[in-house]
Design a protein around this ligand. Sequence first.
Ligand code: TXA
Ligand code: MG
Length: 310
Amino acid sequence: MKIVEAVKILKSGDLVAMPTETVYGLAADARNPLALAKIFKAKQRPEDHPLIVHIADISMMKDWARDISPQALLLAKTFWPGPLTLILKKAASVSDLVTGGQDTIGLRIPNHPVTRELLHVFGGGLAAPSANRFGRISPTTAEAVKAELGDAVDLILDGGQCAVGVESTIVDVSGDDIAVLRPGMISVQEIENVIQQSVLLRKKNSPRVSGSHEKHYSPVTLTRLVKMDDVLRDVVGPVAIVGFADDGVNVELPSRKVVMSRDVREYAHELYKVLRELDGGGFREILIEEVPEGSEWDAVRDRIGRACVK
Ligand code: TXA
Ligand code: MG
């Protein structure tokens, strides 16, 4: 049984890639400093970047966090298991390697049957950043994890393609103001509806939030955000276009167009998989057409924006 093998590997301080509903994570025992160090090495990630700790159950929050507000608990009860990370004041026992030396910790209960079982059998917290090298596109399939990390990971649990496809919404509930640090498919509106108070969208947040580095989630191929008129005017092939079916843009081989859904959930589900595939396709550029306005597209717009920063 893969889960038993995975738990054995984790208990001995090694790394397991695990599927979540958002993206694949590179997991280590969050109580084992040597195991945590392996995450930073495998990802080539700076050590002051805090990690999210994944837990099995709401009752475990108190093992990792203190001063949990009623709003924090309400968000946990409403959205967990699910694509939401809560930033809380950390418990005294939590290693600086997990928090990047900060006084706060990110917690989440992911919603994927394989990883829920893994967490239950493991019994503790699993620190897990996205299973990509630092700054690159998060993997949404087991094949993508293999391509990113190869032998740096001891076991990859294959849970199929991630259902959500972009990283969790990060909400800071550690202070008086409640703020979204990284937009995700759980929107600001949904969060406000639950806690009945307004939530800040902290655009220029601390660089300690690794997703807040301007360039992030990037293909290697030059990637630009364009309006569809520009696409028709500027194209010098071979280019890859990520657009919509009804936008009037069509290109000929060796250029290629990938048609995306106008349903934001379907778009998010496919985005990283498409970018990863196009990145390996030998195109001169990847051109991503602007997505619709509206806050439900915030997470997708955020990730596309970062993919285009060079
Ligand atoms: O959907 C997700 O959140 C995925 C899956 C695997 O759970 N994980 C993920 O992890 O995206 P990572 O490390 O790639 O991004 C986590 C983000 C980083 O930007 C990190 O800086 C931020 O969470 N973070 C973690 N702890 C924090 C803290 N105490 N304060 C502020 N930001 C924190
Ligand atoms: Mg990441």
